[in-house]
Structures are given as C-alpha cells and as structure tokens.
Design a protein around this ligand. Sequence first.
Ligand code: CA
Ligand code: CA
Ligand code: CA
Length: 142
Amino acid sequence: MDGSAAVPSVRCVCRFNAQDADDCSPDPCSNGGTCADRGTQQWECSCPLGYTGTACTINVDDCLSQPCGAHGTCTDSGLLDYSCVCDSGYDGITCTDDVDDCASGPCSGSATCIDTGANEFSCTCPDGYSGCLLYTSDAADE
Ligand SMILES: [Ca+2]
Ligand SMILES: [Ca+2]
Ligand SMILES: [Ca+2]
C-alpha cells in the first residue's frame, strides 16, 4: 500500500490571447504610410516615397545624396525636391556646368579667348601679333 490517493492528471494548456489587438487601429502611420500589424504591440509602417521613420513623420532629406555636386549648395525644398545654389562660375541644375567665361567676349578683337576654369579665362594673341591682350580674368570684375 503506497498511501497516496490517486492524483488526477491535470494538463494546463496556456494560450496567448488569440484576440491580439489590432495595432494598426488607430493608424499609427502618418503621411499616407501603410500599417502592418506585426504581433503584440508591434507594428510597421511602409512609408511613401519622401517620408521615413517608424511612423513616416520624417521628411527625407533630399540633399543627402548631394545632388548639387561639389560646386553647389543644396536645400531640401519639400517632398522629393531640392534646389541648388551654384557656386560662382558654375551653372546648371546640378551645378556641374562650368560657365563659359568667354561668352561675353572679354578679349580684344584679334585675341582668342580660352575658358580656363571657374571665373577664369585667358586671351591669347594670334601669331605675329603682340600686345593684343587687353583684358584678363584678373582685370575683369568677377
Ligand atoms: Ca497586434
Ligand atoms: Ca525632403
Ligand atoms: Ca569657366
């Protein structure tokens, strides 16, 4: 005789709350982001282009990729847009165009102008001429 009463077999079945709350209601995503419920108090926003952050509240810095290059200053101008202010001597949407410093005809009539860089040009005299050079970029304002 072992003295013990028969112990009923007990099985405890634990369950997670099957009714996991909908973490997308109310919608935590801003600016048109799409919410996905990822479990218990977890959610994920898929942000539209131009926005980032866990709730899509951050306006992406459109200057991060340095779209204005080495010769421009970029300003984020809103959603998926930026503007470039070019350094002196450069032009174009992305400031990659070296301004033609000979366009204004800075050399005297018989001299040939050569654009030598940003805000730089030089005038060369044709063979046989001397003293034709009237202006240089040093003398010209700008
Ligand atoms: Ca949930
Ligand atoms: Ca932006
Ligand atoms: Ca130039």
